[in-house]
Design a protein around this ligand. Sequence first.
Ligand SMILES: [Fe+2]
Length: 156
Amino acid sequence: MELLTPSELPRPAEAIIDALNQAVAETAVTTMLAQNFHWNVTGMAFGPLHDLFQKIYEDHFDAQDDLAERIKAIGGHAEGTLAGMIKRSKIEEHNGHASDSEMIKKMLDAQETVAHTLIGACDIAADCNDKLTEDLCIGRAREHQKFAWMLKSHIS
Ligand SMILES: [Fe+2]
């Protein structure tokens, strides 16, 4: 099947843009969450957790950009305000006062939520025959599931 150029995408592209904006928002909130935990984590596993949270926020920072630029490439508006992102995101901010295991659980939950949002976006893109957005969302969901596995391995 041939690939459609952005201008040839059918109108449900609005649904893709909405789903991508949710993915950007949740990726951004999780970036802040990871940096927050990178700073505030304590306990005997400080070193590896400090490093893992850094890996997560570095990965997510680039991912926000890739997802937002895909929105632009298909003709949408990328939500660029923190307030707007917090409103769209199913993941909430955290005050950073938590034990190391609570932080791991909170971050695990965030990773699974973003993966779920991306898989939903992937299905919408597939319905619209937008294979390139589908591919981006599959790749991102895979990264979030990898981080979820790494986090889960600390507590099981
Ligand atoms: Fe640092």
